[in-house]
Design a protein around this ligand. Structure first.
Ligand code: PNS
Length: 186
Protein backbone atom coordinates (compact mmCIF):
# COMPACT_ATOMS: atom_id res chain seq x y z
CA UNK A 1 0.00 0.00 0.00
CA UNK A 2 1.26 3.49 -0.82
CA UNK A 3 2.04 5.76 2.09
CA UNK A 4 1.41 9.44 1.64
CA UNK A 5 3.53 12.03 3.45
CA UNK A 6 0.49 13.04 5.47
CA UNK A 7 0.27 9.54 6.97
CA UNK A 8 3.62 9.96 8.73
CA UNK A 9 5.76 7.06 9.83
CA UNK A 10 3.86 4.05 10.98
CA UNK A 11 4.90 0.84 12.73
CA UNK A 12 3.06 -2.29 13.77
CA UNK A 13 3.69 -3.72 17.23
CA UNK A 14 2.31 -7.28 17.12
CA UNK A 15 1.75 -9.63 20.01
CA UNK A 16 -0.64 -11.68 22.07
CA UNK A 17 -0.96 -8.94 24.72
CA UNK A 18 -2.78 -11.31 27.08
CA UNK A 19 -2.71 -8.92 28.90
CA UNK A 20 -0.56 -5.89 28.17
CA UNK A 21 2.05 -5.11 30.79
CA UNK A 22 3.96 -1.94 31.58
CA UNK A 23 6.81 -3.51 29.63
CA UNK A 24 4.68 -3.43 26.47
CA UNK A 25 3.63 0.14 27.22
CA UNK A 26 7.25 1.11 27.71
CA UNK A 27 8.07 -0.28 24.27
CA UNK A 28 5.16 1.69 22.78
CA UNK A 29 6.46 4.89 24.46
CA UNK A 30 9.86 4.30 22.93
CA UNK A 31 8.40 3.49 19.51
CA UNK A 32 6.44 6.76 19.59
CA UNK A 33 9.73 8.63 19.83
CA UNK A 34 10.68 7.18 16.47
CA UNK A 35 7.36 6.70 14.66
CA UNK A 36 4.37 8.99 14.30
CA UNK A 37 1.88 6.20 14.84
CA UNK A 38 2.09 2.77 16.41
CA UNK A 39 -0.52 0.12 15.88
CA UNK A 40 -0.74 -2.65 18.44
CA UNK A 41 -1.87 -5.70 16.49
CA UNK A 42 -3.28 -8.60 18.47
CA UNK A 43 -2.83 -12.03 16.95
CA UNK A 44 -6.05 -14.01 16.72
CA UNK A 45 -4.84 -17.51 17.39
CA UNK A 46 -7.56 -20.15 17.70
CA UNK A 47 -4.99 -22.66 18.95
CA UNK A 48 -4.17 -20.68 22.07
CA UNK A 49 -6.42 -20.45 25.09
CA UNK A 50 -5.96 -16.88 26.24
CA UNK A 51 -7.19 -15.48 29.54
CA UNK A 52 -8.72 -12.43 27.86
CA UNK A 53 -10.72 -12.73 24.66
CA UNK A 54 -9.48 -10.79 21.66
CA UNK A 55 -12.30 -8.26 22.19
CA UNK A 56 -11.33 -7.82 25.83
CA UNK A 57 -7.70 -7.28 24.88
CA UNK A 58 -8.75 -4.67 22.33
CA UNK A 59 -10.86 -2.91 24.99
CA UNK A 60 -8.00 -2.98 27.49
CA UNK A 61 -5.54 -1.44 25.04
CA UNK A 62 -8.11 1.15 23.94
CA UNK A 63 -8.67 2.15 27.55
CA UNK A 64 -4.95 2.30 28.31
CA UNK A 65 -4.44 4.63 25.34
CA UNK A 66 -7.73 6.48 25.24
CA UNK A 67 -5.91 9.80 25.47
CA UNK A 68 -3.27 9.01 22.88
CA UNK A 69 -4.46 9.10 19.30
CA UNK A 70 -1.05 8.03 18.05
CA UNK A 71 -1.62 4.53 19.38
CA UNK A 72 -4.07 2.32 17.52
CA UNK A 73 -5.25 -1.20 18.17
CA UNK A 74 -6.25 -3.88 15.71
CA UNK A 75 -6.40 -7.66 15.37
CA UNK A 76 -4.95 -9.90 12.72
CA UNK A 77 -4.73 -13.52 11.71
CA UNK A 78 -2.44 -15.18 9.22
CA UNK A 79 1.06 -14.02 8.48
CA UNK A 80 2.24 -10.91 10.26
CA UNK A 81 4.14 -9.63 7.23
CA UNK A 82 0.99 -9.90 5.10
CA UNK A 83 -0.91 -7.92 7.70
CA UNK A 84 1.83 -5.27 7.90
CA UNK A 85 1.88 -4.89 4.13
CA UNK A 86 -1.91 -4.70 3.96
CA UNK A 87 -2.05 -1.83 6.45
CA UNK A 88 0.88 0.04 4.93
CA UNK A 89 3.46 -0.50 7.67
CA UNK A 90 7.03 -1.21 6.66
CA UNK A 91 8.25 -1.68 10.22
CA UNK A 92 7.48 -4.32 12.82
CA UNK A 93 8.36 -3.44 16.42
CA UNK A 94 9.32 -6.13 18.89
CA UNK A 95 10.55 -5.75 22.44
CA UNK A 96 13.59 -7.58 23.71
CA UNK A 97 13.81 -7.79 27.49
CA UNK A 98 16.81 -10.04 27.85
CA UNK A 99 19.18 -12.23 25.89
CA UNK A 100 16.76 -15.11 26.43
CA UNK A 101 14.24 -13.34 24.18
CA UNK A 102 16.78 -12.82 21.49
CA UNK A 103 17.00 -16.22 19.83
CA UNK A 104 13.27 -16.55 19.19
CA UNK A 105 12.95 -12.91 18.11
CA UNK A 106 15.95 -13.21 15.81
CA UNK A 107 14.47 -16.30 14.14
CA UNK A 108 11.13 -14.58 13.66
CA UNK A 109 12.74 -11.41 12.29
CA UNK A 110 14.80 -13.36 9.77
CA UNK A 111 11.85 -15.51 8.70
CA UNK A 112 9.70 -12.41 8.32
CA UNK A 113 12.43 -10.77 6.26
CA UNK A 114 12.59 -13.84 4.05
CA UNK A 115 8.81 -13.76 3.62
CA UNK A 116 8.80 -10.05 2.83
CA UNK A 117 12.13 -8.22 2.47
CA UNK A 118 10.33 -4.85 2.32
CA UNK A 119 9.37 -5.07 5.97
CA UNK A 120 11.99 -4.37 8.60
CA UNK A 121 11.92 -5.55 12.21
CA UNK A 122 13.05 -3.01 14.80
CA UNK A 123 13.90 -4.30 18.28
CA UNK A 124 13.38 -2.04 21.25
CA UNK A 125 14.49 -2.63 24.81
CA UNK A 126 12.07 -1.80 27.59
CA UNK A 127 13.40 -0.24 30.79
CA UNK A 128 15.50 -2.68 32.84
CA UNK A 129 12.86 -2.48 35.58
CA UNK A 130 10.53 -4.42 33.29
CA UNK A 131 13.07 -6.98 32.13
CA UNK A 132 11.46 -9.75 34.17
CA UNK A 133 7.83 -8.80 33.46
CA UNK A 134 5.77 -11.05 31.21
CA UNK A 135 2.05 -11.49 30.64
CA UNK A 136 2.33 -15.09 31.77
CA UNK A 137 3.93 -14.19 35.11
CA UNK A 138 1.48 -11.35 35.71
CA UNK A 139 -1.45 -13.77 35.36
CA UNK A 140 0.17 -16.37 37.58
CA UNK A 141 1.17 -13.93 40.31
CA UNK A 142 -2.23 -12.23 40.37
CA UNK A 143 -4.08 -15.52 40.46
CA UNK A 144 -2.04 -16.59 43.46
CA UNK A 145 -2.80 -13.37 45.31
CA UNK A 146 0.43 -11.50 44.53
CA UNK A 147 0.78 -7.82 43.80
CA UNK A 148 1.00 -6.66 40.17
CA UNK A 149 0.25 -2.96 40.70
CA UNK A 150 3.53 -1.63 39.40
CA UNK A 151 3.90 -3.91 36.44
CA UNK A 152 0.57 -3.49 34.66
CA UNK A 153 -1.60 -0.46 33.92
CA UNK A 154 -4.62 0.10 36.24
CA UNK A 155 -7.08 -1.16 33.63
CA UNK A 156 -5.34 -4.54 33.54
CA UNK A 157 -5.32 -4.88 37.30
CA UNK A 158 -9.02 -4.11 37.37
CA UNK A 159 -9.78 -6.57 34.56
CA UNK A 160 -7.73 -9.27 36.28
CA UNK A 161 -9.74 -8.75 39.46
CA UNK A 162 -12.99 -8.96 37.49
CA UNK A 163 -11.81 -12.08 35.69
CA UNK A 164 -10.49 -14.01 38.64
CA UNK A 165 -12.79 -12.46 41.19
CA UNK A 166 -10.30 -13.27 43.89
CA UNK A 167 -10.89 -11.70 47.29
CA UNK A 168 -7.18 -11.00 47.45
CA UNK A 169 -7.33 -9.14 44.16
CA UNK A 170 -10.40 -7.13 45.11
CA UNK A 171 -8.99 -6.19 48.51
CA UNK A 172 -5.70 -5.11 47.01
CA UNK A 173 -7.42 -2.92 44.47
CA UNK A 174 -9.53 -1.22 47.12
CA UNK A 175 -6.47 -0.71 49.29
CA UNK A 176 -4.46 0.72 46.43
CA UNK A 177 -7.04 3.52 46.05
CA UNK A 178 -7.49 2.73 42.39
CA UNK A 179 -8.65 5.69 40.36
CA UNK A 180 -10.39 4.62 37.15
CA UNK A 181 -8.79 6.43 34.27
CA UNK A 182 -5.68 7.35 36.18
CA UNK A 183 -2.37 7.18 34.41
CA UNK A 184 -0.61 3.83 34.28
CA UNK A 185 2.28 5.37 36.16
CA UNK A 186 0.01 6.35 39.03
O1 PNS B 1 3.37 -11.74 22.10
P1 PNS B 1 3.83 -12.94 21.32
O2 PNS B 1 2.92 -14.10 21.58
O3 PNS B 1 5.28 -13.25 21.56
O4 PNS B 1 3.68 -12.53 19.76
C1 PNS B 1 4.06 -13.45 18.75
C2 PNS B 1 3.60 -12.96 17.37
C3 PNS B 1 2.13 -12.63 17.37
C4 PNS B 1 4.36 -11.70 17.01
C5 PNS B 1 3.93 -14.08 16.34
O5 PNS B 1 3.41 -15.28 16.81
C6 PNS B 1 3.35 -13.81 14.96
O6 PNS B 1 3.77 -12.90 14.29
N1 PNS B 1 2.34 -14.60 14.55
C7 PNS B 1 1.66 -14.42 13.28
C8 PNS B 1 1.90 -15.59 12.33
C9 PNS B 1 3.21 -15.42 11.60
O7 PNS B 1 3.44 -14.47 10.87
N2 PNS B 1 4.10 -16.39 11.84
C10 PNS B 1 5.44 -16.39 11.26
C11 PNS B 1 6.41 -15.64 12.15
S1 PNS B 1 8.03 -15.77 11.57
Amino acid sequence: MKKSRRDGSFAVFPGSFDPITNGHLDVVDRALRVFDRVRMAILVNPEKQPLFTVDERVEIIREAYRRNRRVEVDTFSGLLVDYAQRVGASVIIRGIRAISDFEYEFQMALMNRRLNPQIETVFMMPAESYSYVSSRLVKEVFQLGGRVTDVVPPVVERRLAEKYGTPAGQARLAGAGRRPGSSRRA
